[in-house]
Design a protein around this ligand. Structure first.
Ligand code: ATP
Ligand code: MG
Length: 442
């Protein structure tokens, strides 16, 4: 650590590792990044230089490179380096390419022993990795996970833009409880109490009366003290709302979106899927997705899975786990009991039920959605029936006076979907800096 470090000086990257191929053999290039792995065989040293796109082998042979470069190449895991060199085709090197350096600058050194494994030979404990997250995110495994996440977000936007959706941005600081929930984080807003939003629900409904089809990808905050592998306190949610539509339109749009996003991930991130051994699991689902009514699912859980449940109960985790063994793909659970749904969800013709749905993948809930109430009197009544004070929703209710169209929508938890697509065991792996009841740093 005490060694003298080099300055970046005038050296600038000319290529990323992905741009290095035998097509440019003989050319002089500048690569920058980190030492993922190295081997010292005496007169011959190999360095795997990693950047955000992958890695390339740098071959440092005594007599071939200058003595300066050879001596300087005393490297450690994750040292930050920049080097100038020539590209050489070499069949035995990974990717059939190696770099012969003519200049090497060590920009930053690491301690001899890193807190977590970065060679890819083992996976350190998740909590330890999260304590050193910025380092951990550089691992090839995390590069694969977050490349897939990036592709998912890009593909979602692209799909929605091509289907006439407008991207909205709604406030995350709110003055009163969105759904009358208790899961809100209070904050100080100057001298007043305010809250972090738990969902974009009310704003997306309002904006469906303006832009007709709207979406948002944004954080929401849930003050739930849940210690599960599927709950976080800060979540990133895809919110969709469609005007002149009901639940059936949303079901169709959502399954098409899921299908198209997976298609894009397979087209553009197959290597990442392969790295995570998901190439045969994250496959194109058949659409339309199977649709089961809540009552059918309860019946299945009661009779086939042997867990007694009554109409009106939420489905407990244990039952979901068993259900996931039975139904492994994507499927909808529709027509939940009206009683357990929020005030903005439309009651079905049979008042026992509601025009609501969840999208499931196996045991895991990915989304909730449904047809909304667009009639102000009905909405006011629903608030009262659910024990909420319409006065507290005055400004929201007002927007229903000015021609609110019938509308329906859905909210999808991005991290939940990433755990499925990447085959992760714990949702904390699917976010860069997870927030849980126990984790507020880094
Ligand atoms: P659950 O019953 O699984 O706790 P929920 O029904 O309370 O979830 P919704 O309010 O329906 O959640 O939120 C919409 C979506 O956001 C969920 O389907 C899920 O994908 C995601 N989500 C909600 N809460 C969390 C959380 N605490 N952590 C991670 N994702 C969440
Ligand atoms: Mg839900």
């Amino acid at each position: 650590m005490s060694e003298k470090l080099d300055e970046l000086g005038d050296l600038r990257r000319t290529h990323y590792t992905k741009d290095i191929s035998s097509d440019i053999a003989g050319e002089e290039i500048v690569l920058a990044g980190w030492v993922r792995n190295w081997r010292d065989l005496g007169g011959l040293k190999f360095v795997n230089l990693q950047d955000k796109y992958g890695e390339r082998q740098v071959t440092i042979k005594k007599g071939v490179v200058s003595d300066d470069v050879f001596e300087k190449a005393e490297l450690g895991y994750q040292d930050c380096i920049i080097l100038k060199g020539t590209v050489k085709a070499f069949e035995k090197a990974p990717g059939g390419i190696e770099i012969i350096p003519t200049e090497l600058r060590i920009l930053n050194k690491t301690p001899e022993k890193l807190p977590i494994d970065m060679t890819g030979e083992s996976v350190s404990a998740l909590d330890l990795r999260l304590d050193h997250r910025a380092l951990d995110l550089r691992s090839l495994r995390n590069q694969a996970i977050f490349r897939i996440r990036g592709e998912v977000l890009r593909a979602i936007r692209e799909f929605l833009f091509t289907h006439d959706f407008t991207e909205m941005t709604t406030p995350k600081i709110i003055g009163s409880a969105t759904e009358g929930g208790t899961e809100l984080f209070p904050i100080m807003y100057f001298d007043k109490e305010a809250f972090l939003t738990q969902s974009a629900q009310l704003y997306k409904e309002q904006l469906s009366g303006v832009y007709e089809r709207v979406f948002e990808l944004s954080p929401c905050f849930r003050a739930e003290k849940s210690h599960t592998k599927r709950h976080l306190c800060e979540i990133f949610v895809l919110d969709i709302e469609m005007a002149f539509a009901d639940m059936s339109d949303v079901l169709e749009t959502l399954e098409n979106l899921i299908y198209n996003v997976i298609k894009r991930v397979r087209e553009n991130e197959m290597e990442s899927l392969e790295f995570l051994h998901m190439e045969d699991k994250t496959v194109l689902p058949e659409i339309p997705f199977p649709r089961y009514k809540y009552e059918e699912i309860i019946e299945l859980i009661n009779t086939k899975l042997g867990i007694p449940l009554e109409f009106g109960e939420d489905i407990p985790t244990e039952a979901y786990r068993k259900l996931g063994e039975e139904l492994q793909g994507y499927y909808y659970i529709t027509h939940w009991p009206y009683e357990i749904k929020p005030f903005y969800i439309q009651q079905s013709e049979n008042p026992k039920y509601s025009e609501s749905f969840d999208l499931q993948k196996g045991w895991l809930e990915l989304t909730s959605g449904g047809t909304r109430v667009h009639n102000k009197n009905k909405l006011t009544q629903a608030l009262e029936d659910k024990g909420l004070n319409p006065e507290a929703f005055k400004s929201h209710l007002q927007t229903f006076d000015y021609g609110m169209p019938p509308h329906a929508g859905v909210g999808l938890g991005i991290a939940r979907w990433i755990t499925i697509l990447c085959g992760l065991d714990d949702i904390r792996e699917a976010v860069m800096y997870p927030r849980t009841p126990d984790r507020l740093h880094p």
